[in-house]
Design a protein around this ligand. Structure first.
Ligand code: PGA
Length: 253
């Protein structure tokens, strides 16, 4: 069974000083919670400050994006090598980037490969829109995004990755997937990851659910068979809530 895993995606929130203060509160709040991999993903400009604040703790730092190229003329972009040493994780293929910035599976796949080659663990996000779900296409869309995102990876590389299922309609809406919906899709994801690697490897890949995870639904979500953890947006900006959510996944058997 994969380790319990909770990541906070701060998105485009917090000033540099707010980020440091938030990291400080999380450091004391999360102290002593064992058995859960804990990752926080602040904006790029706060990565170094947050990493310094968390030095010596169990909390890992992740970036919210990176470019697929190693270096060069890509104005405004950040390379994996620039993150190395600060970040252990990077969120890739988030639906906000897919939808608002037009990121496609082949670009996301190139980023996933570069992340792994750089020694940074990708958190690959997949998830359908409401329209796709209403049309009965959710499973096919998620399967396609997994195949596209993990294309060409060796089984060992897949084992070093994390997958987050984030239905677009549940992100930031307060309307989380029901536990039944989440389990159904996470089961399919586990199966697809197994098909792309092996059943044994798939059982070790942390599968996260994201989309309006909060202090009220986290215990139920944490009890689901194929759900190893959560990718938390809004609630990750509230230290008490993020700590409660992390504790809930720590109780997962
Ligand atoms: P949310 O965001 O928890 O605010 O819905 C989740 C995410 O986008 O990662």
């Amino acid at each position: 069974m994969a380790n319990a895993f909770v990541a906070g995606n701060w998105k485009m929130n917090t000033s540099i000083s707010e980020a440091t203060m938030l990291a400080r509160s999380l450091r004391s709040g999360l102290l002593g919670i064992d058995g859960v991999t804990q990752v926080i993903c602040p904006p790029f400009v706060s990565l170094a400050g947050v990493a310094a604040e968390l030095a010596g703790s169990n909390i890992k730092v992740g970036a919210q994006n990176m470019h697929s190229e190693i270096k060069g003329a890509f104005t405004g972009e950040i390379a994996g090598s620039m993150l190395k040493g600060i970040c252990d994780y990077v969120i890739l293929g988030h639906s906000e980037r897919r939808q608002l910035l037009g990121e496609m599976d082949d670009f996301i796949n190139a980023k996933v490969r570069t992340a792994l080659e750089t020694g940074i663990t990708p958190i690959l996000c997949v998830g359908e829109t409401l329209e796709q779900r209403d049309n009965g296409e959710a499973a096919a869309i998620v399967q396609g995004q997994l195949q596209g995102g993990l294309l060409g990876l060796s089984a060992e590389q897949i084992e070093q990755s994390v997958v987050a299922y984030e239905p677009v309609w549940a992100i930031g809406t307060g309307r989380a997937a029901t536990p039944e919906m989440a389990q159904e899709m996470m089961g399919l994801i586990r199966q697809e990851v197994g098909r792309l690697s092996s059943v044994g490897i798939a059982s070790n890949v942390p599968l996260l659910y994201g989309g309006s995870v909060n202090t009220e639904n986290c215990l139920h979500l944490a009890s689901l068979k194929d759900l190893d953890g959560a990718l938390v947006g809004g609630a990750s900006l509230k230290p008490d809530d993020f700590v409660a959510i992390t504790k809930a996944f720590g109780t997962r058997i």
